[in-house]
Design a protein around this ligand. Structure first.
Ligand SMILES: [Zn+2]
Length: 315
């Protein structure tokens, strides 16, 4: 496996601080990886890291986001008061903060659209949707739903300028080798005044420091950048986007799974495994049971995941 060392993508010249060293806990693949933080701008990055060419080794076919994103049959369209009540409940219990503000319907691009769940959701709301997806299997699943999905890495894809009203990417930016280049490209494809919504782990939460190399959202070496509210705002500004809002996700998944890693390392293998599987197996009941705690933790910016809204800068 080929590794590369990179400097701060914001062009800082200053030294870096060591943050943490860890290995691939998700798939158990070999290698030790280091996270450093730029002392000038505060952006943390995995370095050295796998090169773009060798990165595929770290995305096995059973990689979580590629599977298990099946569509659940949506209830028939609701109208009137019931629809408004349903919409309000959906916003309240929107654990991933994917609820969209009141945007006029338009054209949307989702980068990293996996098997098309969110494309379907937005198409059902009359949006004209398109996707970009790295995994051919996931892209085929989204295409089977009838959506135009281009297969490949964002780096290799070109679209017409000023094409979209909205661009979204859920838990994708931290996987990009060149987030500034990628986000600049997305800004060019977006119409003036268009919106961007991305979710990323939030390393500004206390849980990241508390668990260190056992922090679930570290996900080495797949996560190449480790943002907090301040550093993602700087990366956005350098890429043509002005951040307008940051919402923390209402979920305890990171904290529970991190505790699972910790217990595993202490030799409590069974309970450790049960906890670390929570993000993928905890399900709706688990999320609802923990919702009051999640709500409070999110309002304290302590859930370790965030959705960042931005507006395209310039003409
Ligand atoms: Zn920097």
């Amino acid at each position: 496996m080929a590794l590369e060392t990179i400097s701060c993508p914001l062009g800082c010249q200053g030294p870096d601080d060591f943050v943490v060293q860890g290995h691939d806990r998700q798939h158990g693949l070999p290698g030790e990886f280091t996270v450093v933080r730029c002392r000038t701008c505060g952006l943390a990055r995995t370095s050295p890291r796998p090169t773009p060419e060798s990165m595929g080794d770290y995305y096995p076919d059973d990689y979580g986001p590629y599977v298990g994103t099946r569509i659940s049959a949506d209830a028939a369209a609701q109208t009137g008061l019931k629809a408004r009540a349903l919409a309000a409940a959906k916003t309240l219990f929107d654990t991933k903060a994917h609820s969209l503000p009141d945007l006029p319907v338009g054209r949307m691009l989702e980068f990293g659209c996996a098997s098309g769940n969110f494309l379907k959701l937005m198409a059902d709301r009359s949006w004209d949707v398109e996707g970009v997806e790295f995994s051919p299997e996931a892209a085929e699943a989204a295409r089977a739903l009838g959506f135009p999905v281009e297969i490949g890495a964002l780096e290799g894809i070109e679209k017409a300028e000023n094409s979209y009203d909205l661009v979204v990417g859920w838990m994708v930016v931290e996987h990009l080798h060149d987030p500034v280049g990628g986000l600049r490209k997305l800004a060019r494809w977006t119409k003036p005044g268009g919106q961007l919504a991305v979710s990323v782990p939030d390393s500004g939460a206390a849980e990241a420091r508390l668990f260190g190399k056992r922090w679930y959202a570290l996900q080495l070496p797949n996560h190449l950048f480790h943002f907090d509210a301040s550093s993602i705002t700087k990366v956005m500004a350098a890429s043509g986007w002005r951040v307008t809002r940051i919402q923390r996700h209402r979920t305890m998944s990171n904290l529970i799974a991190s505790a699972g890693y910790w217990l595993e390392d202490k030799g409590w293998l069974r309970v450790g495994k049960a906890l670390k599987d929570f993000p993928e197996r905890g399900g709706r009941i688990g999320a609802l049971a923990l919702f009051p705690v999640s709500y409070v933790m999110a309002s304290l910016n302590q859930t370790g995941r965030m959705t960042v809204w931005a507006e395209r800068i310039g003409e």
